[in-house]
Design a protein around this ligand. Structure first.
Ligand code: HEM
Length: 424
């Protein structure tokens, strides 16, 4: 595939029209008139200039493959003949550049998020070969994957660690694009599609947590799916998520369907939009950097930045394998819905800040207040590019920097407090 892409690109550097089509074998006759008889021997009749844009039936076309005798290789010609329509796109992409400055390190995090997402798709598919989403079998299948399936332990650990790294990378990517004000005009929709992707990524974490059907996940899901209850229409959402009054086999089936069908589909949709915009709009540089001469130079996206991205991916991959092998995730004990909830039930680390807020607001109406804060917070966060008018005018906007710092502080402090109370 890579080779094919190279071929397209290489081919694209040349004009998109065939180099020199061979002259037609015979002059086409006027519509409705019979073809003149072909000469019996010797050279073919001299052809007149072919009219551009006029359809010619195949028997009077100059050459069935106009690329046949040009200097490109067979594969290149084959690709070019079929996909020459993409030439302007490829030419455009070849012009894309990534600015180099002291913060350009942060440009790697979007790519790293994408990399860990790809790992999730591959390892998730492999896990699917053995997993069964039923109350009776789910836990046993996890034990089987972990202990019996060749390299099953590795695939499971890589999937679990890559999920955590993907979420971490997405958060770093979001805050770095926020503080560089990369969301400003004309990149508003990159921000909006990105934030939707973050929510979907968190959805992956939430729905995947229950799949091993162990005690911790069972009770954490019980608490997590309870949250919407106090909001208007919340009862309906709770039942929709659980498939009944309580967390049970129906919930497992729903979480599984969302985890392997609904969420991947939605991510693909929003990711395509996000990456399309990345290519069309290119990479931004922080406000005022160009004017202050802080841009040291530019990397061509193809191939220079892509190669650097590749190095970042290799480092990410090495880290992933190290974590998966040295710090394996526990499988726990099988969930027992009739047992009392054990102490210290908490969600995954990326929900700790919200979890802490819910704990802090433990008074009459506190949960509803927390839901209102999350909802308004998410709406404001989505609309930041449209509210930050100063950044859109390429002026510094310290008020929004402060907003970002407050959100970051809320996340870090809340997460740290849960860590202090419950440990890892
Ligand atoms: C599944 C999650 C995501 C993936 C795979 C992803 C992927 C990418 C990639 C590959 C880039 C180009 C390289 C870069 O600047 O890092 C990018 C740019 C960008 N992303 Fe994301 N992204 C994700 C989530 C997000 C989130 C959560 C936000 C913010 C809410 C966001 C906002 C942006 C913006 C504003 C840019 C433009 C950066 C610039 O031009 O300087 N993305 N994304």
């Amino acid at each position: 595939m890579a080779e094919e892409n190279n071929n397209i690109q290489a081919a694209a550097s040349k004009p998109s029209v065939p180099d020199k089509p061979k002259p037609p074998a015979a002059k086409p006759s006027a519509p409705g008139k019979p073809n003149p008889p072909a000469p019996k021997t010797g050279a073919p009749a001299k052809a007149g200039p072919a009219k551009r844009g006029v359809y010619k039936p195949s028997e009077v076309r100059a050459e069935t493959n106009p690329f046949k005798d040009n200097k490109r290789g067979a594969v290149q010609s084959w690709m070019q003949e079929r996909f020459y329509i993409l030439n302007p796109v490829i030419d455009y992409l070849k012009k894309k550049e990534v600015p180099q400055h002291r913060l350009s390190f942060f440009y790697y995090f979007g790519g790293l998020t994408l990399f860990f997402f790809s790992i999730q798709i591959i390892t998730g598919l492999l896990l699917l070969f053995y997993y069964r989403p039923t109350e009776a079998e789910a836990f046993a299948r996890f034990v089987y994957i972990q202990t019996e399936v060749p390299f099953g332990w590795l695939i499971r650990q890589v999937h679990a660690w890559s999920a955590n790294l993907m979420v971490l990378m997405a958060f770093i990517h979001m805050f770095s694009t926020f503080f560089m004000k990369a969301y400003r005009k004309p990149r508003e929709l990159m921000w909006v599609s990105g934030f939707v992707l973050l929510i979907l990524t968190l959805g992956f974490g939430f729905t995947g947590y229950l799949l091993p059907w162990n005690e911790l996940a069972y009770f954490a899901t019980q608490i997590g799916t309870e949250v919407p209850k106090v909001a208007p229409g919340g009862e309906f959402i709770v039942r929709l998520l659980r498939g009944g009054e309580e967390v049970g086999g129906e919930t497992l089936t729903r979480m599984f369907a969302m985890h392997v069908v609904l969420l991947p589909g939605l991510v693909m949709l929003f990711l395509s939009g996000h990456l399309f915009l990345v290519q069309v709009l290119g990479t931004s540089s922080p406000i005022g950097y160009k004017e202050a001469g802080l841009i040291k130079g530019y990397d061509r996206f193809f191939p220079d930045f892509i190669v650097k991205d590749g190095v970042a991916w290799l480092i990410g991959f090495a880290l992933l394998i190290y974590l998966a092998v040295v710090f394996p995730w526990e499988i726990g004990v099988k969930a027992d819905p009739l047992a009392a909830a054990p102490d210290g039930i908490k969600p995954e680390w990326y929900f700790w800040a919200q979890f802490q807020l819910l704990k802090d607001l433990k008074f009459e109406g506190g949960e509803l207040l927390a839901i209102i804060i999350f909802t308004i917070g998410a709406i404001v966060w989505t609309l930041v590019p449209f509210m930050d008018k100063k950044a859109s005018r390429e002026e510094k906007s310290p008020l929004f920097t402060i907003l970002g710092l407050l959100v970051l502080a809320f996340m870090v402090i809340g997460t740290f407090r849960v860590y202090l109370e419950y440990g890892w």
